[in-house]
Design a protein around this ligand. Structure first.
Ligand code: NAP
Length: 255
């Protein structure tokens, strides 16, 4: 198994893409900390799935927008599993709204969860990786919208665009410590975050028309890419984004 003996944290692992990543990393041999925010029962189901298959899972409640909680997430992981090798910054929210309707509170929450959270999680993980002295991998679940504008969702796009620049800027800074940072940019993936769009036949048809592979992705499509990027098979990959989008970026005018 590609990740035998490795220890991973997956933020927002109670639902959607994060839960699929946690299960997949465990299947590849990693011990996994499942961070959740509100859905404790769902996180418990993910942990049960991992331990039921013979893996090791730890549940930790942490709001990634809170820097102290993020530090605690790393500390609890190290206390339970002895080390840290992989951080997956997956937790994210979307609050679509037009410029004229966005409140200061909405703006600050979006940026706190989708940009500040990943930044301080990277800081906490990098400090641990440097102390251990054996490198590490950080994978940020960004979006096609780190590059592609989405009308009516500017703050989300700004947060993901910021995540793109964090990865591009921090990768060379941390390379001397053999720490890799890579973004994974999903396209349209069927999860609770976009249930409203996918349940609207007109919106779904419009979306499908933009995807060359003509299907909505599923969380396992993203999890497979994360498992590869976390492994030594991707040891020469850093500072870039891998889009998992059925070709959406190249048909919708991104890049
Ligand atoms: P989702 O189904 O809504 O799940 C979001 C996860 O993030 C949940 O586990 C949630 O935990 C957690 N979370 C939310 N706020 C948090 C916070 N403050 N602290 C810690 N955890 C928090 O979303 P998803 O579709 O799987 O999205 C996962 C990531 O992929 C996000 O970063 C999203 O932007 C990105 N993405 C998704 C798509 C897509 O089409 N689905 C496309 C591009 C990018 P609780 O439920 O426990 O609160």
């Amino acid at each position: 198994m590609a990740l035998n003996g490795k220890v991973a944290i997956v933020t927002g692992a109670s639902l959607g893409i994060g839960s699929a990543i946690a299960v997949r990393l465990a299947r590849e041999g990693a011990s996994v900390t499942i961070d959740y925010h509100t859905h404790r029962d769902a996180a418990g189901t993910v942990a049960g799935q991992i331990s039921g298959a013979g893996g090791r899972a730890l549940m930790v409640q942490a709001d990634v927008a809170d820097v102290t909680s993020v530090g605690n997430l790393v500390n609890q992981t190290v206390a339970a599993f002895g080390r840290l090798d992989i951080l997956v910054n997956n937790a994210g929210i979307e609050q679509p709204a037009r410029l004229v309707d966005v409140t200061e509170e909405m703006f600050e929450r979006q940026i706190a969860v989708d940009l500040k959270g990943p930044y301080f999680a990277m800081q906490a993980a990098a400090r641990r990786f440097i102390t251990q002295g054996s490198g590490g991998v950080i994978i940020n679940i960004s979006s096609v919208h780190e590059d592609l504008p989405m009308v009516g969702n500017a703050v989300y796009c700004a947060a993901k665009g910021g995540l793109r620049m964090l990865t591009r800027t921090l990768a060379p800074e941390l390379a001397r410590n053999q720490i890799r940072i890579v973004n994974v940019g999903p396209g349209a993936i069927a999860t609770p975050i976009n249930t409203a769009t996918l349940n609207d036949p007109q919106k779904k048809a419009a979306l499908l028309a933009e995807i060359p592979l003509a299907r909505i992705g599923n969380p396992d499509d993203v999890a497979a890419a994360v498992a590869w990027l976390a492994s030594d098979d991707a040891s020469y990959v850093t500072g870039t984004t891998l889009f998992i989008d059925g070709g959406l970026m190249v048909s919708a005018g991104g890049l």
